[in-house]
Design a protein around this ligand. Structure first.
Ligand SMILES: N[C@@H](CCC(=O)N[C@@H](CS)C(=O)NCC(=O)O)C(=O)O
Length: 219
């Protein structure tokens, strides 16, 4: 039994970007079937859900052995048992960990600051100045990532791993913000990862849920 908790519905801007997508993608890459447990935005605040995800978010993952929250931890857990997502060699596995944390800790906060400001605060008086500074910070990180990627197809060597899954999940947020224009190499890398059939299946599975749902009153 493998179960992924996700939302019944999210607003348009979030559809295709909710973080259960990373988990679905990892499961698809690993060839592991799963079921969905769908909750709404009231249920995420209930004690039952908070006992599983202390921050009232999704995803949550459960199988016969573990119950986990945090998409990065879940992806790495799935990757542990999948040769598609994790190399065999122990040093190479450790490098995948390094890059997984780099994606979530060194890149994602900057991407989130920029895309979050654009999505939620674009009209605010302070937004332009803040966005300018945050974009500079983010571009600094992307420039260093771009240098690292010179001559590489994937983060570590020639093969796709869980680290690429996480990095591409973070970078694809930039497709809609125009921030990729300065980094065509990173855009190509992201496309290389998301053109994998497993990603398409995961995206389709998330979007199918929203297509079948009705927006709650007030949206
Ligand atoms: N660090 C968490 C973040 C999870 C997260 O941001 N979940 C969002 C959906 S993508 C959520 O449930 N937001 C609802 C909320 O924060 O109230 C992870 O990677 O799992």
């Amino acid at each position: 039994m493998r179960e992924v908790t996700a939302y019944t519905w999210v607003p348009d801007f979030a559809q295709g970007f909710v973080k259960d997508l990373r988990v679905r993608w990892a499961l698809e890459e690993a060839g592991l079937p799963y079921t969905e447990r769908l909750i709404d935005h009231q249920q995420k605040l209930m004690p039952e859900h908070l006992a599983r995800q202390p921050f009232a978010q999704v995803p949550v993952y459960r199988d016969d052995e573990v119950e986990l929250f945090e998409s990065g931890a879940i992806v790495l857990y799935i990757a542990e048992g999948s040769p598609v997502l994790m190399p065999e060699d122990s040093a190479a596995r450790a490098r995948v960990m390094s890059w997984a944390f780099a994606a979530l800790n060194s890149i994602e906060p900057h991407v989130a600051n920029v895309t979050g400001t654009q999505l939620f605060h674009n009209e605010a008086l302070w937004a332009a100045g803040y966005l300018d500074k945050e974009q500079q910070m983010m571009n600094g990180r992307l420039k260093r990532l771009s240098r690292w990627m010179e001559g590489r197809e994937y983060l570590e060597a020639e093969r796709f791993t869980a680290a690429d899954l996480l990095m591409a999940s973070v970078l694809r947020e930039l497709e809609r913000s125009g921030s990729f224009e300065r980094f065509p190499d990173l855009a190509a890398y992201c496309e290389r990862c998301t053109s994998r059939p497993a990603f398409s299946r995961a995206l389709e599975a998330q979007l199918k849920v929203f297509a079948a749902a009705e927006a709650p009153a007030g949206f």
